[in-house]
Design a protein around this ligand. Structure first.
Ligand SMILES: *Cc1c(COP(=O)(O)O)cnc(C)c1O
Length: 375
């Protein structure tokens, strides 16, 4: 059976060009970038080339990019690293109720260690309450961490405005842009971003490699001790092959961003217009304007998402309920709760996230399958 993959916010396949770029660094150019001889030096060059690719994609400096093992590590390093290094300035952090667990659970850990965290509310479309943000800022606030785009409902926050509010109050602004990179054009200077997390496997790069942008002059404490790699900010021999893959993937994604968005948006609009005439009692969650082009978060009133997903899986269609990180658990999605979605809709919610290889035929097959499953 052909697999139709509609879960690109969980992960993506690795593009052929990305894989080809990586391969030599496993068994030919396998030197340690810290070694002084030739294959060490060429690994070091590859590392710095990838750093330049990442910095160009964000309009940052090379010295501002730290490679990590994943998006979750980048979030941990940004939030814990900043909180630990700046605890003499204050102990209050502001984030939102709809963050990824990599941010939420990092903040919960800091609460156990005596930091105070405010979790902002959001409206029914998933936008944080900017007035509440302004009200919650106090003299102890050192950090604001708000995600760029939500992994469940796709809402894209007004990061520039949030960063402006942070800077007007002398506060550092971190954004988890793991869903943003590859989908949203990013300029850390124009968007007032001081720290940004990204992960290659969300934009057709390999799993297990991420990066953190940290604006020059911002002090973070290392959370992993060891050697002096990554300008002393993250110990461990660099994962050269995957870093090369990350660099290639982010470069391809940035070249292609308009065309990619147009393709996904066309498919999304086609899906929405078709499903509306064929299935009753549905609700599309999240903003339809400021949203990841490939995200469709849809509720079927009174239905069970696990049954829908099982039916789709039987037909070779991969989709997700809520988010991959919480699937397997029965607790309702914290994001759907935060946008105030009614219980009879929450239980029947699935997430479809489109990607570059999807076609109109895939959407036709998806709709036909949903009609069968729901009838
Ligand atoms: C996937 C994801 C992460 C975690 O990234 P990993 O590389 O899987 O650790 C963090 N934040 C968001 C918004 C994500 O979608």
């Amino acid at each position: 059976m052909k697999v139709i993959y509609l879960d690109h916010s969980a992960t993506t396949y690795v593009k052929r060009e990305v894989l080809n770029a990586m391969i030599p660094y496993f068994n030919i150019e396998y030197g340690n970038p810290s070694s002084m001889y030739s294959i060490g030096r060429s690994a070091k060059r590859a590392l710095e080339h990838a750093r330049a690719q990442v910095s160009r994609a964000l309009n940052a400096q090379q010295s501002e990019i730290i490679f990590t093992s994943c998006g979750s590590e980048s979030d941990n390093l940004a939030i814990k690293g900043f909180a630990y290094a700046n605890k003499n300035k204050g102990n209050h952090i502001i984030t939102s109720k709809i963050e990824h667990p990599a941010v939420l659970n990092t903040c919960k850990r800091l609460e156990e260690k005596g930091y105070r965290v405010t979790y902002l509310n959001c409206d029914e479309n998933g936008f944080i309450d900017v007035n509440q943000l302004k009200k919650e800022i106090n003299k102890d606030t050192i950090l604001i961490s708000i995600m760029m785009a939500n992994n469940e409902i796709g809402t894209i926050q007004d990061v520039k405005q949030i960063g402006r509010i942070a800077h007007d109050n002398g506060i550092v602004f971190h954004t988890d842009a793991v869903q943003g990179v590859g989908n949203v054009k990013i300029d850390v200077n124009e968007m007032n971003i001081d720290m940004l997390s990204l992960s290659a496997h969300k934009f057709y790069g390999p799993k297990g490699i991420g990066a953190l942008y940290v604006r020059d002059g911002i002090n973070i404490e290392r959370i992993q001790d060891g050697g002096h790699q990554e300008m002393n900010r993250r110990a461990g021999t660099e994962n050269v092959a995957e870093i090369v893959g990350l660099g290639k993937a982010i470069e391809l994604a940035s070249f292609n961003i308009e065309e990619y968005n147009k393709h996904l948006l066309d498919l999304r609009q086609y899906f929405i217009s078709e499903i509306k005439g064929k299935v009753k009692d549905i609700k599309i969650n999240g903003s339809l304007e400021k949203r990841l082009s490939g995200n469709i978060n849809i509720s079927f009133k009174g239905k069970e998402s696990s049954e829908i997903l099982l039916g789709l899986d039987k037909r070779g269609i991969c989709a997700s309920g809520g988010s991959a990180c919480s699937s397997g658990m029965n607790s309702p999605s914290h994001v759907l709760l935060a946008i105030g979605l009614n219980k009879e809709y929450i239980n029947g919610t699935i997430r479809i996230t489109l990607g570059e290889e999807n076609t109109k035929q895939d959407i036709d097959y998806l709709i036909k399958s949903l009609e069968e499953i729901l009838s």
